[in-house]
Ligand binder design. Structure first.
Ligand code: HEC
Length: 423
């Protein structure tokens, strides 16, 4: 419940500084990094997921299969999975991210968390309908696990690949063997988040800010007063030695798993943090925040390494120093302006002025996008970002975003007209 209240508070805050580099139009609710460290996937309240090419810092694809917030994401051997407030699970293949392989309606209430089995053949989901489900990659009826009394907020496979652990708002942690009854562990606080370390240790985050650490058998190791507000995201480092915990009002703190000591707290922009993920080598901690950005931090000393956009704006497009170029920075993660440049997550905007909607060659638009009766002009582009893509072009996969002021929208149009003019 608190998530909804917080979201309302966040949406009520005034628009952030324009021109900031970002991809999402809402808080970043879920994050995962591929084992080779080359890609990350983020899920957002804006109802999209974005696959990022980490080396360049650009958005590779916008994934659109959910009707509302994408609450959970995962990496599979051949692609990605996303799950949402709409109770659906979508499975994506890396070699074609234009549409999901399959979308299954699994739960009758929001899915709050998901976990990919270590062998990548099944997906476990935790839902506010009080149940868990295990869905095979190949399809078929999900196996349903019931017992929690209320929202289930966290889920994870144990290293054996079959045992599941879940964390619920009913203040229980449940360990589900492949067959037979679950073992129920009562904790002192309703639980919002769960992470399973590669060595099987478990960390659960309480709504009173307590971080519960348990061993692989479910025995209590320690209780850490991690924050004075609910813990909302937890992640173990790949070597199981450290655990990061985030609270929406507080910040992100890294703890030593063995001693329970706080190592350091992240200090800087991007708070509150909604989601956490370590790089596979454990050196970088990624955070997804209320500021709609994915940020990178040193997991060694907590230094802020900057937003995920790594290429300098000047390398992403040629800025003429105008206000419009400044505003366009927010678009450049997804759009290039040149004919030869590849399509990013969005189509190239080369020659977009005077072009009919949905006609850039070599780009796969979302179904129905091209059926809108729009020709792009400075005025229609201004309208697109005055009303927001989901209002002006319903059904689009472009994440919801707005450009706040008349002047900025006019400057943006002038810049695009000039910079994207066919040569
Ligand atoms: C996170 C990625 C992302 C960001 C950021 C983004 N867009 Fe898009 N944009 C897209 C996608 C994806 C599409 C294709 C929409 C579809 O197929 O539903 C698109 C489509 C468009 C189109 C229609 C193009 C056509 O060929 O019909 C325009 C115009 C556009 N974007 C302008 C912008 C501008 C200006 C900004 C910055 C204010 C921006 N976009 C920011 C992803 C993005």
């Amino acid at each position: 419940m608190f998530i909804r209240i917080l979201l309302l508070a966040l949406l009520a805050t005034p628009a952030l500084a324009q021109g900031e580099l970002r991809g999402h139009g809402g808080p970043v609710r879920a994050l995962a990094v591929t084992p080779d460290g080359r890609e990350a996937i983020s899920g957002s309240f804006d109802s999209s997921a974005i696959v990022w090419a980490l080396e360049r810092g650009t958005a590779r694809a916008v994934l659109r299969a959910h009707e509302s917030a994408v609450n959970a994401v995962g990496v599979t051997p051949n692609g990605f999975v996303t799950a949402g407030e709409d109770g659906r699970l979508a499975i994506w293949a890396r070699n074609d991210l234009t549409k999901p392989i399959r979308v299954d309606k699994i739960h009758t209430a929001p899915i709050a968390a998901l976990s990919v089995s270590p062998d990548g053949t099944s997906f476990a989901t935790a839902s506010w309908d009080s149940s868990l489900a295990i869905t095979p990659l190949e399809g078929g009826t999900p196996r349903r696990l019931e017992g929690h009394q209320g929202n289930v907020n966290g889920i994870g496979f144990m290293p054996d690949g079959v045992t599941l652990v879940s964390a619920g708002y009913d203040a229980t942690l449940r360990i589900w063997p492949a067959q037979g009854a679950a073992r129920v562990i009562k904790l002192d606080s309703p639980l919002n988040a769960l992470s399973i370390a590669p060595d099987g240790r478990m960390a659960a985050g309480g709504s009173d800010g307590t971080l519960f650490l348990l061993d692989a058998q479910g025995n209590h190791l320690r209780k850490i007063e991690a924050a004075d507000s609910p813990l909302i995201a937890i992640a173990f480092s790949p070597d199981s030695m450290r655990v990061a915990a985030a609270s929406p009002r507080g910040s992100v703190t890294l703890f030593d798993t063995a001693s329970g000591k706080a190592l350091f707290t992240l200090n800087g922009p991007g708070l509150p943090v909604w989601s956490l993920a370590f790089s596979a080598d454990g050196k970088v901690l990624f955070t997804g925040g209320g500021d709609r950005l994915v940020r990178r931090w040193s997991a060694v000393n907590g230094d802020h390494l900057g937003p995920i956009v790594i290429e300098k704006p000047t390398e992403m497009f040629v800025s003429d120093g105008s206000r419009g170029a400044e505003v366009f920075k927010a678009c450049a993660v997804c759009h290039t302006l040149t004919p030869d440049a590849e399509n990013r997550a969005g189509p190239t905007l080369y020659g977009v002025i005077g072009r009919r909607i949905g006609t850039a060659s070599g780009y796969v638009y979302s179904a129905g996008f091209g059926a809108h009766d729009i020709v792009w002009t400075k005025e229609t582009i201004a309208k697109l970002f005055e009303l927001g893509p989901s209002t002006f072009t319903p059904g689009t996969k472009m994440p919801e975003q707005r450009v706040g002021s008349d002047e900025d929208r006019a400057a943006l149009g002038d810049f695009i007209e000039k910079a994207a003019r066919p040569r």
